[in-house]
Write a protein that binds this ligand. Sequence first.
Ligand SMILES: Cc1cc2nc3c(=O)[nH]c(=O)nc-3n(C[C@H](O)[C@H](O)[C@H](O)COP(=O)(O)OP(=O)(O)OC[C@H]3O[C@@H](n4cnc5c(N)ncnc54)[C@H](O)[C@@H]3O)c2cc1C
Length: 379
Amino acid sequence: MAGKSGSREEVIIVGGGIVGCAIAWHLSCRGRKSRILERQEPGGLATHAAAGILGPMNETDRPGPFLDLLRQSLSLYPPFVDALVEETGLSPDFTTSGILSVAPRPEDRPALKARFEWQSALDSSLVFCEAPEARALEPALTGTLDSAIYYPDEGHVYAPRLIKALLGALSRRRIPLEQGVSVTRIAPSGHGTLLVFDREGGCREAEKVVLAAGALLSDIEIPGTRVPVTPVSGQILAVRSPGSFYRRVVFYPPHGYFVPKLDGTVVIGATEETIGTRTRVTPAGLMEFLSPLSSLAPGLLELPLHHTWSGLRPKSPDALPILGPHPECPGLFLAGGHYRNGILLAPVTGEIMADWIEGGSPALSLPFLPDRFLKSRNG
Ligand SMILES: Cc1cc2nc3c(=O)[nH]c(=O)nc-3n(C[C@H](O)[C@H](O)[C@H](O)COP(=O)(O)OP(=O)(O)OC[C@H]3O[C@@H](n4cnc5c(N)ncnc54)[C@H](O)[C@@H]3O)c2cc1C
C-alpha cells in the first residue's frame, strides 16, 4: 500500500512535540529522512507549557541510570542549541544560570545535607551554601532560609523558543511536518512495513514508525498492549520582573520552583494533578506553589502577573521514560513517558532513538526499554 502522498516513507514520527522533533532532527543529522504527523499544534500538550528547567540533580533521589540519562542530556545541550542557532538564527535562551535547591527551615536541613553527600560524590562542583551565600546567589531569597545546594552547571531554556528553533531547522532541512493528522492505529502491513491509520481516514506506509505522542500516547492502538502513559496536568504562571534582578532557578519544598527567564519574566510552578486530559488553571492550584513563597521570597508575590497556563506531562507507570523498539512489532519504536523532563531529555532522546532506528542498541537506553510494560504474554 502506498502512503497518502503516493510513496512509502522511510520513517514516520507520530507527534510533533519536543521529543518527536528532536528525533527527526537527529535522524536528519545522520542523513535520514522522516515525516512528522501532528494532530494539532506541535508541542501543544506539554512542550509549550514547560518551565524549561535543565536540572538533573533535582529530578531523582538516587544515583543510577535515570540520573545518568539526565546528566548525559544536559551535557548535549550546548552543541544542540549551538547547531539550532547556527541553522535558524533563532535563540532558545539557553543559559547555565545555576540552580539552587533550598531548605527554608532548620528541620529541612538534614535531608538537604544527605542529598549533598551523595550528589557531591558524583559532581565536585556542587556547593553547600549557608543562607547568606544562597542569598548572594539569588536575591529573591529575602525570607526565611536555612541553607541550599548550589548546582552551578545546571540552568534552563525557553521551551517554546526551543521548539520554534527546532521546527525552523526541520523546515530548512525539508523534513515534512503534517498538521491536522490524528493517528489512531499502527498495524503491520504483512510485507515488512507498517501502516499508519489516522482519524481523517488516511493510511500511510512506512518502514519504521516512532510514537512520540506525549500524554496521548496510550490512545494510539498498536499490536498487543497499548503504551501505558498517563497525562499529569501542571498549572504554572509567569510574573514580570523589573529587569534582570533575579538570576537562578530555585527549587523549594514541597514541590515548587521559580525560573528567572532571560526575557525578564519569572516562571513559577507547578502543580501535578491526575485529572485526565483536562487542562485548567485554578486559584487553589496556583496557591499550592505560591503560598510557600510568602515566607521564602515574598518579593516575587508583589510582581505583576503576566500569564497563567497549564499542560499535560506524559507519565509512565514507573515515572521513567520509555525509549526503544516495541518488543513484538518490528519497525515500531516508542519515545514517551518523559514526564517532568522532556525538555531536558530531548537531545539524548533524539540521539538514542536515531541509534535504534539505525539498528543500534544504545546502552544508555537499555534500562528504559518499552518491554518492561509491553512484554509478550508468552514471553
Ligand atoms: C507545567 C509543566 C512544566 C514542565 N516543566 C519542565 C521543565 O522545567 N523541564 C523539563 O525538562 N520538562 C518540563 N516539563 C515536561 C515536558 O514539557 C514534557 O516532558 C515534554 O514536553 C514532553 O514532550 P513530548 O514531545 O513527548 O510531548 P508533547 O509536547 O505533548 O508533544 C506530543 C505531540 O504529539 C501530538 N499528538 C498526540 N497524539 C497524537 C496523535 N494521535 N496523532 C498525531 N499527533 C499526536 C500532540 O498534539 C503533541 O504536539 C513540564 C511540563 C509541564 C506540563
